[in-house]
Design a protein around this ligand. Structure first.
Ligand SMILES: C[S@@+](CC[C@H](N)C(=O)[O-])C[C@H]1O[C@@H](n2cnc3c(N)ncnc32)[C@H](O)[C@@H]1O
Length: 295
């Protein structure tokens, strides 16, 4: 199998299928990604080569489609990824959401961790909320009243996230020892998220290219380090549809390297010293009005 070669035609066909399914645009200079990551599937599916794999996949074999997506996605993540982002969540964004909820007479919040990979992002959020409660920073809002919905397209990462079991290497990436102690149980070499934290997060499979309305509305959406894999047109489409599930003037966050203002004018850009937040611009608000805002 190791001498299997991906022709230019099969690369283009597989690349088109993948982008159509999940938005991931594999650049022509990275054809090796498809070649190396799908090689095992050629063998497992009993195909003679990439051409036959394409034909099987294009016929609508859902199982194979899921396996191809699982193989092609990049699931890199870590605890409290980009510290400055979590500092701004704690110091500014969550307190602001809590005061707004209180002003509206509500005591609950909904947060969406879209593209959550193996779960470090939604669990980091759940830990952050617990820590804020311990420090008395979120009066009248217990973390139990914050619903964290975590989604990803990839079956295998979701299965790991749901189990909440992490090996020593992933536990070292971004997690302080005292948080490790407080929120995880040791089971041999593996650290397991404590049940009270795990039940704060509900995981489900969701493709960002699908209609989002059924997810309900959110007070905060994190869609970090995923749109960088999408073409400009797909980014614009996803951003446009996010507006349907974000409450008006609610914050939205992307990854540190994803400057979304280039792709849409539907969000007010709020730069913090160490990260950028995007606020869904109320439909009637003209551009530029935000300049006087204090955030
Ligand atoms: C690099 S990880 C980012 C994880 C986390 N948000 C973070 O910043 O650490 C990107 C994730 O996006 C997911 N993904 C890619 N395309 C997707 C799509 N169309 N719908 C949902 N998730 C997708 C991948 O499966 C992967 O787990």
């Amino acid at each position: 199998m190791s001498d299997l070669v991906l022709s230019k035609r099969d690369f283009d066909r597989l690349r088109g299928l993948i982008e159509g399914w999940c938005g991931i645009a594999v650049d022509r200079s990275k054809s090796y990604l498809i070649e190396t990551r799908l090689r095992h599937l050629v063998a497992e599916s009993g195909c003679s080569g990439y051409g036959q794999l394409y034909e099987l996949a294009a016929r609508g074999d859902e199982h194979l489609q899921g396996r191809i997506i699982d193989s092609i996605t990049i699931n890199e993540t870590s605890w409290f990824r980009d510290r400055g982002f979590y500092d701004a969540l704690r110091g500014l964004v969550i307190p602001e959401l809590v005061s707004r909820a209180r002003a509206e007479g509500s005591r609950s919040l909904r947060i969406w961790s879209a593209a959550c990979s193996t779960g470090q992002e939604p669990y980091s959020l759940a830990i952050l909320l617990q820590e804020m409660e311990r420090a008395g920073e979120i009066p009248l809002l217990t973390p139990r009243r914050v619903e964290i919905v975590a989604t990803d397209i990839c079956h295998s990462v979701l299965a790991l996230a749901q189990l909440g079991r992490y090996d020593p290497i992933s536990m070292r990436r971004g997690l302080d020892p005292d948080l490790r102690e407080r929120y995880f149980e040791k089971q041999g070499r593996v650290a397991v998220v404590r049940p009270e934290l795990r039940e704060r997060v509900s995981f489900r499979r969701f493709n960002l290219l699908d209609p989002m309305d059924a997810l309900g509305t959110f007070d905060l959406v994190l869609m970090r380090n995923v749109m960088l894999y999408f073409s400009t047109a797909v980014k614009q489409e996803v951003l446009h549809r996010v507006l349907n599930v974000l409450r008006p003037d609610a914050p939205f966050a992307a990854g540190a390297s994803e400057a979304l203002e280039v792709y849409t004018r539907d969000f007010e850009v709020v730069r913090q010293p160490s990260c950028t937040y995007y606020y869904a611009r109320p439909k009637s608000e003209p551009e530029g009005k935000e300049e006087g805002r204090v955030r």
